[in-house]
Design a protein around this ligand. Structure first.
Ligand code: 3H9
Length: 646
């Protein structure tokens, strides 16, 4: 039974039990309608508490139902039945009340939450707007501006913030259910949210400012603009009309390619570690060593500290150690200032530093993040082999190098693995877990568990030059160079990418990251004979001139106080290289840029899949979206094949 009724004196406790997250599936909706009828008909009942079993209140509609035609009863009708009941309903919220779950709670006549609960309308993140009254009821409980932020921004708020905003009536100080029953007894009569006027005077300037900020960030994601419009209708139209329009928008968006792509990535992100190789019991990890306090090492150390691990940071000398430790402290401080680390002192107390590898004797896992050079990495691993516990896991954060070769220096290579973090490592969600041939399965399982503990999305990758992500990235970077040879300009390529939904174009990105890093890598790959086919020298020539990007004031573009400008020097280098390669192009159609970029990505992705480097196309999607800013809401090179081609 998904919905059951239990009586506590004259209060009925209606409990939803639909693991794992109590989604409002058809059975739940039908059960709730029956519960309304039963409690209305029962003369011994004065009030009702709506609660959930398990780990959370209703976390939303059942997203798995969205690809099928809607089946009655629909959630808006269930909520309407609760709201118009003659007896007061009180929602008892624990865990998360999200989407349809919060809409259900807002249809109740009062709400109480436990202190850790979170509430939100994240539908935009699935390419939708709320579809069961959220845009009409929320502005009747909280200010227009907060309603806009929650609905078009999609981020949940804490119980404390919800109480301050009067979205809920109380936070339970003891047992949630007992206090919910007490609150239900106190209710004299139902207080219907739809019967209220919208909250307070609307500050149009503040509303417009928030709306235009959200529209700017949307970069082509349709649900955000639609959510802003829906909130405006919720504020200004009569409730019935606003509800009807909200529902129509929800249904139209649900069938859109963007929403389908977002659902696909939602489930793909949750399936990346469902792999037999990650199924063994993980090794215990509490102490983590990090070698190297540069940007990556300090980021990894911060990420681990913020999630409760003890961290020992190792650098080669005192000066570098101090600089690395300061980087970590800086990250922790700024996270604390943003309210993300309630107990900074406790976090700092878990942080140690040393120049002597002997300090790693009790580490359960060590991640090296030293200079990207095979010999240096091998030396680090050889040292770790002698100082660490024999079952400590040794991970390399290399982004390109052969993890098999690094593992081979260990007396027991089965404890080596690649953990490829993305910068800034305490923020970026993706973690490529790179599996060398000899890795043991409990090491894979430990890495998988670590990625979850760090709040990251772990994706398994085989060993190859660049693993899943950097390989596909190199392919589209090369294609962008070929576009220049064929007549496009850097600006044209970057504009096309931004118009498509990337936050930044490929040349702007290279300028930001520094062209010298990729240059060093190309030199290595050339020396190793790994670059075949016609070699395009433009980026090398920029580097030879010291044009390393933003940090040197010049790269693919010129940078000055006046802003970013196209560069004549770059244009003449492109012209010379075009000539040297016998290319004819002197202009290129805007519309042809993205098909070429996406085509190159797709071809490389197919190769990555065929070689068994990635487990599935879904994993590749997850990597591109979370590590390389590929727009989540696009079908994308792999999504397109799957969604449109079946
Ligand atoms: C909506 O509500 C529309 C309404 O306005 C209108 C309706 C008319 N459906 O994330 P986890 C599964 S739109 C189906 O690993 P956590 C998930 O796939 C919805 N399944 O757990 C996984 O399955 P498996 C608005 C769902 O503790 C398992 O539950 N709501 C749904 O890290 C555990 O998930 C949202 O967008 C779902 N809605 O995080 C909330 N949600 O074990 C989406 C989860 O087989 N959900 N599953 O791999 C979340 O944000 C997180 O799941 C949550 C828990 C925070 C709840």
């Amino acid at each position: 039974m998904s919905v059951s009724i239990d009586k506590q004196d004259r209060v009925a406790v209606v409990t939803i039990d639909n693991p794992p997250v109590n989604a409002s599936s058809q059975a739940v909706r039908a059960g709730l309608l029956e519960a309304v009828a039963a409690t209305e008909a029962d003369a011994d009942i004065d009030a009702v508490v709506l609660a959930c079993a398990g780990r959370t209140f209703v976390a939303g509609a059942d997203v798995r139902e969205f690809d099928k035609p809607p089946v009655e009863p629909h959630l808006p009708d269930v909520i309407a039945a609760i709201e118009s009941a003659s007896k007061p309903w009180v929602a008892a919220i624990h865990g998360t009340a999200l989407g349809g779950g919060l809409e259900l709670a807002m249809g109740c006549h009062a709400r109480i939450a436990d202190a850790k609960a979170r509430m939100g309308l994240p539908e935009v993140t699935l390419g939708l707007v709320p579809g069961a009254g959220g845009t009409v009821r929320l502005p009747r409980l909280v200010t227009a501006e907060l309603a806009l932020k929650m609905i078009a921004g999609g981020k949940p708020i804490s119980a404390k913030a919800a109480l301050e905003a009067r979205l809920i009536d109380a936070i339970a100080t003891g047992d949630l259910l007992e206090e919910a029953v007490a609150l239900a007894v106190e209710q004299a009569a139902p207080r219907r949210t739809l019967g209220k006027a919208v909250v307070g005077a609307i500050n149009a300037d503040a509303f417009d400012k928030t709306a235009s900020g959200l529209r700017r960030k949307a970069r082509g994601q349709a649900s955000i603009g639609a959510a802003i419009d829906a909130v405006e209708r919720g504020l200004h139209l009569p409730a019935d009309a606003a509800l009807a329009e909200e529902r129509a928008t929800f249904l139209a968006l649900k069938a859109s390619d963007q929403a389908r792509a977002l659902r696909h990535i939602f489930f793909a992100e949750r399936a990346t570690l469902a792999d037999p190789r990650a199924k063994q019991a993980p090794r215990p990890v509490t102490r983590i060593g990090v070698i190297g306090g540069g940007t990556m090492g300090a980021g990894i150390a911060s990420a681990c500290l913020m999630r409760g691990f003890h961290v020992m940071l190792i650098e080669r000398d005192e000066a570098s150690l101090e600089a690395g430790a300061n980087r970590v402290r800086g990250t922790l401080d700024s996270s604390a200032k943003r309210g993300l680390l309630p107990d900074l002192d406790a976090v700092v107390a878990r942080f140690g530093t040393a120049t002597d590898y002997a300090a790693l004797a009790d580490a359960d896992l060590v991640v090296e993040a030293v200079f990207e050079d095979m010999e240096v990495k091998k030396q680090v691993f050889a040292k770790l082999d002698t100082v660490t516990k024999p079952d400590a896991i040794l991970a390399t954060n290399t982004s390109y190098l052969d993890v098999n070769a690094i593992a081979a220096v260990l007396s027991d290579p089965s404890r080596a693995i690649g953990l490829h973090f993305f910068s800034p490592a305490h923020i970026m969600k993706l973690l490529e877990i790179v599996l060398p041939n000899a890795v043991s399965e409990d090491v894979v399982a430990t890495a998988a568990k670590l990625s979850k503990s760090l709040g990251k999305i772990g994706v398994l990758s085989g060993v190859c030059d660049g693993f899943i992500g950097n390989r596909i990235m190199s392919a589209y970077r090369s294609e962008a160079d070929r576009l220049l040879i064929d007549g496009a300009t850097p600006e044209q390529v970057d504009t096309a990418m931004r118009d498509y939904g990337f936050p930044i174009g490929v040349f702007e990105m290279q300028d930001m990251a520094g062209l010298d890093i990729a240059w060093a890598m190309r030199k290595r790959r050339l020396a190793e004979g790994k670059i075949t086919g016609p070699y395009i020298r433009m980026a090398d020539r920029l580097c030879e001139m010291g044009r390393f990007g933003r940090k040197t004031g010049a790269g693919w573009y010129d940078y000055s106080d006046a802003g970013t400008q196209p560069s004549e020097v770059v244009m003449s280098i492109i012209a010379e290289e075009r000539q040297a390669m016998g290319a004819e192009g002197s202009s290129f159609a805007d519309a042809d840029v993205m098909p070429r970029i996406l085509g190159a990505m797709t071809r490389e992705a197919e190769a990555v899949l065929a070689e068994g480097i990635a487990r599935s196309a879904d994993d590749i999607d997850v990597v591109m979206v979370n590590g390389y800013s590929f727009p989540r809401w696009k079908g994308g090179p792999m999504f397109a094949a799957r969604i449109n081609g079946g």
